[in-house]
Write a protein that binds this ligand. Structure first.
Ligand code: UGA
Ligand code: MN
Length: 255
């Protein structure tokens, strides 16, 4: 089966570095198609040029998060959901393409651009019948969060934060068979739910029950993905540089 990866991405100082690092992981994975959706009015030159030379199979789209729901520089990062419309655009493309082309068996995974993915994770998710799940490292204020597995079945969630959620896991913790997307053509993410309920919204919309979940990563006993976050770079010396040299760094230099 083919893996379709849906990645929302937004402009920031560290964007290209994050994308380069992720692309080098993906280059190690066979039969993968990267659907990358920019949170932007345009397809930016940074991302367009990066993708052209990436050596990966990809689809590049863009949709801007409206200002009412967009995180500002001073908002705490948990205030508003991120990547919602972008993931939905990815789902829409995948559904349309699947209907047009009659895709081979395929799996979809939502891969944020700053996480750390082991190559093995992709081989685990490749054979998803409905929805597969696994632990995620460095998330939720814990060393890891994980589905709780009893005799091969998921019975609940090892999660401190809102464990009562129907699917109390991070976006990085599951993959879905594309067939399910076609059987439930309206299931998607939404900005209209409480924090932490994106994953549950999609999976409930897909008619998934706890008993459908397929534990991967050796019965959820291995961490194959980490919710790493890239430190925000402080440009504290740019102004000082202007005073000292009469100019700051060249803004035409793509970083
Ligand atoms: C956590 C979860 O791991 C995400 O899956 C979830 O989307 C997010 O919280 C949330 O609260 O919505 P976190 O590391 O805090 O993730 O979020 P980011 O990595 O900053 O953003 C998730 C994805 O959305 C990234 O791929 C990022 O590039 C993208 N994004 C972020 C946008 O498309 N637009 C934005 O304004 C911000
Ligand atoms: Mn992140």
């Amino acid at each position: 089966p083919m893996i379709y990866l849906i990645t929302p991405t937004h402009s920031r100082l560290e964007q290209k570095a994050d994308l380069v690092r992720l692309s080098y992981t993906l280059l190690h994975v066979y039969n993968i198609h990267w659907i990358i959706i920019e949170d932007s009015d345009i397809k930016t030159p940074v991302v367009s040029n990066f993708l052209k030379t990436s050596g990966l199979n990809y689809t590049h789209r863009n949709v801007k998060t409206p200002p009412e729901v967009k995180l500002t520089d001073t908002d705490p990062n948990w205030l508003k959901p991120r990547g919602v419309l972008q993931r939905n655009a990815g789902l829409q493309w995948l559904r349309e393409t699947a209907l047009k082309k009659k895709l081979e068996p395929a799996v979809v995974y939502f891969a944020d651009d700053d996480n750390t993915y082991s190559m093995q994770l992709f081989e685990e998710m490749r054979y998803t019948r409905k929805v597969s799940v696994w632990p995620v490292g460095l998330v939720g204020g814990l060393r890891y969060e994980s589905p709780i597995v009893v005799r091969g079945t998921v019975t609940g969630w090892f999660t401190y934060w809102k464990p009562q959620r129907p699917f109390a896991m991070d976006m990085a913790g599951f993959a879905v068979n594309v067939r399910l997307l076609l059987q439930h053509p309206n299931a998607q993410f939404t900005n209209a739910v409480q924090r932490g309920y994106q994953e549950s919204t999609l999976l409930s919309g897909l008619g998934v029950m706890l008993s459908d979940l397929e534990p991967k990563a050796n019965g959820c006993s291995k961490i194959l993905v980490w919710h790493t976050r890239t430190e925000k770079t402080k440009l504290k010396n740019e102004d000082k540089m202007k005073q000292k040299l009469g100019r700051g760094s060249d803004l035409n230099m793509e970083v």
